[in-house]
Design a protein around this ligand. Structure first.
Ligand code: AP5
Length: 214
């Protein structure tokens, strides 16, 4: 099970990857989560990445590729993985192909989450996230049982720095310019499946499982 979840910011990649990774017992390799953890811990990677993330820009390819190479070499990735938020540029996709080639494996499927821009804005500006366990909620569409408290670990939920409207618009533009071109690449390779990313979370979960099975 080696999957890429591809789609614009707020498309629901993290929400679906977290559940499916648990269900399939493979790691969810989420570059955004890894970077946010590094920022929280004040590591050199975190200090380098923060300025890019806060303004809605992509972190440089060489930094991200190094991070992924290290992560995929870990034993728990041998059985498979869900890449959530990587690759996001053509050089990252090239690097992924090289890395997988070196490991003697290939991608099974790239799942593209198709969501309209107005819906992405609604989702991102209402998103709340748990800095302790990375769970994600939405004030209207997916509220926690207790206001501002994580259902999973009880920590206080926060709004991401980059979920303010001006930064969200910048991230959507960056996606259109740098990430959307990957769709054509994976379509031509026959590995792309488009899943309607709007609707009930459970229904999208089922649609992804069907796409992977089949
Ligand atoms: P990252 O954390 O990867 O952000 P993103 O791709 O912009 O994706 P999001 O986390 O915003 O959205 P998502 O699709 O996971 O949606 P979610 O499930 O949370 O990256 C952040 C930054 O890190 C980047 O800007 C960049 O600086 C850097 N970075 C990361 N990877 C990089 C890379 N490879 N290269 C360079 N830089 C990189 O859902 C969103 C909301 O909608 C939630 O509130 C959720 O509850 C709700 N929701 C989910 N599903 C539904 C549904 N079906 N109906 C209604 N609401 C829903």
């Amino acid at each position: 099970m080696r999957l890429v979840f591809l789609g614009p910011p707020g498309a629901g990649k993290g929400t679906q990857a977290r559940e499916l990774a648990r269900e399939w017992s493979v790691p969810q390799v989420a570059t955004g989560d890894m970077l946010r953890e590094a920022v929280t811990n004040g590591t050199p990677l975190g200090r380098e990445a923060k300025a890019f993330m806060d303004r809605g820009a992509l972190v440089p390819d060489d930094v991200i590729i190094g991070l992924i190479a290290e992560r995929l070499a870990q034993p728990d990735a041998k059985r498979g993985f869900i890449l959530d938020g990587f690759p996001r540029t053509i050089p990252q996709a090239d690097a992924l192909e090289r890395l997988l080639g070196e490991l003697g494996v290939s991608l099974d499927r790239v799942i593209y989450f198709d969501v309209a821009e107005a819906e992405l804005l609604r989702r991102l500006t209402g998103r709340r996230f748990c800095p302790a366990c990375q769970s994600t909620f939405h004030v209207v569409f997916n509220p926690p049982k207790r206001e501002n408290v994580c259902d999973r670990c009880g920590s206080t939920l926060v709004q991401r720095e980059d979920d303010r409207e001006a930064t969200v618009r910048k991230r959507l533009q960056v996606y259109a310019d740098q990430t959307a071109p990957l769709l054509d690449r994976y379509r031509k390779r026959g590995t792309l499946t488009t899943v309607a990313g709007e609707g009930k979370i459970d229904a999208i979960h089922a649609a992804i499982k069907k796409a992977v099975a089949g």
